[in-house]
Design a protein around this ligand. Structure first.
Ligand code: FO1
Length: 322
């Protein structure tokens, strides 16, 4: 079975780890292609940092810091300490010593003229992903970045997404998100094909605005999803209107969408076939469109629990298969 997923960072990576565990049991020959958001990417200290790609790499590759959901397990920050001692800025984004290994080698390979796709494939190979039938694709090889226009009354100020997300903790209201370069970006090699040839298309509980929403903005992606004959099934990133982690509610209010499982499904209504919601949101009706919903506990407390969620999603996909 060929499964294609669109994913952002922590929530998406956690869910896909459970999905992979479930596939290893019920369909061990499956191929999982993950199309990753690159709007979170940021250049720091001369290095290119790709948080969603790296969170997917480390989570699926078994090296993630489990408590944080991002960065490396058994991490240290000796280099960061030296950068601080030199007064290097910014200091609000922690780059661990092991994590820096990824950014240094990525930056070297990019500087040698390799594409983001080629670099990501080499990084994924070190983490054993291809051998396990997992392909990790950046959504585009074109450098793009999400910037946030802050709603501070009269003055309009834009900051990089990471500054809004990490330093401001999304506590300053955003008036809109601007993804520099997205309208001129080309889908990375294999991305549109992975959507067109999938047997099942999965939207994990990633941020619908700044993760999945950004991937949908890559020219051709949304049309490919609309034209897909495969069932497109997703997992609500909200439980009773609240994100389990992160700031999806702040992102939704920035685009004038209510924080509810139904409203998020409404953002995908032109291609979504099935929507998995928490029992707290059972019976949700997606405004005006036919989306089959099913409820199952959505708290990803550990891999077996997440694998059970994935089993529910796969069952929903078979029920809605066109
Ligand atoms: N998140 C934080 O809250 N604080 C950090 O200092 C931080 C550093 C960081 C470094 C590398 C990386 O891959 C992710 C990092 N994140 C940090 C998480 C990141 O902001 C988010 O995971 C995504 O960008 C949103 O999905």
């Amino acid at each position: 079975m060929r499964i294609t997923a669109l994913a952002g960072g922590v929530g998406g990576a956690r869910f896909l780890r459970g999905l992979k565990a479930q596939l290893d049991v019920v369909a061990p020959e499956s191929e999982l292609t993950v199309i990753a958001n690159t709007g979170d990417d940021i250049s720091l200290f001369g290095l290119r940092v790709c948080p969603d790609i790296d969170t997917l790499l480390y989570t699926l590759g078994g090296g993630v810091n489990e408590d944080q959901g991002w960065g490396r397990a058994d991490e240290s920050t000796r280099v960061q300490g030296e950068l601080a001692a030199y007064g290097a800025v910014p200091q609000w984004f922690t780059l661990g010593d092991l994590d820096l290994g990824t950014h240094i080698v990525r930056s070297q390979w990019l500087a040698q003229g390799q594409t983001a796709s080629e670099v990501t494939e080499r990084l994924a190979t070190r983490w054993g992903l291809p051998d396990r039938g997992i392909r990790l694709l950046p959504m585009t090889d074109t450098p793009v970045e999400t910037h946030v226009v802050l709603d501070e009354g009269d003055e309009q100020r834009a900051v990089h997404f990471q500054e809004w997300w990490v330093r401001l903790r999304a506590e300053v209201p955003a008036s809109r998100f601007v993804v520099a370069g997205l309208d001129r970006a080309a889908a990375a090699p294999g991305v549109l094909d992975a959507i067109r040839t999938a047997d099942v298309i999965v939207l994990p509980p990633s941020n619908p605005v700044v993760s999945i929403g950004i991937i949908l903005g890559v020219p051709g992606v949304r049309d490919a999803l609309r034209g897909s004959t495969a069932p497109v099934v997703g997992v609500s990133p909200l439980i009773s209107g609240r994100p389990v982690r992160g700031h999806a509610d702040a992102c939704l209010s920035a685009i004038g969408v209510e924080s509810s499982a139904a409203a998020v499904a409404g953002l995908y209504a032109d291609f979504l076939d099935g929507w998995l919601v928490d029992p707290a949101d059972a019976g949700v009706r997606v405004r005006g469109v036919e989306v089959a919903t099913h409820s199952a506990p959505l708290l990803m407390t550990d891999v077996p629990t997440t694998a059970a969620m994935a089993a529910e999603l796969l069952a929903l996909a078979e029920r809605v298969r066109r």
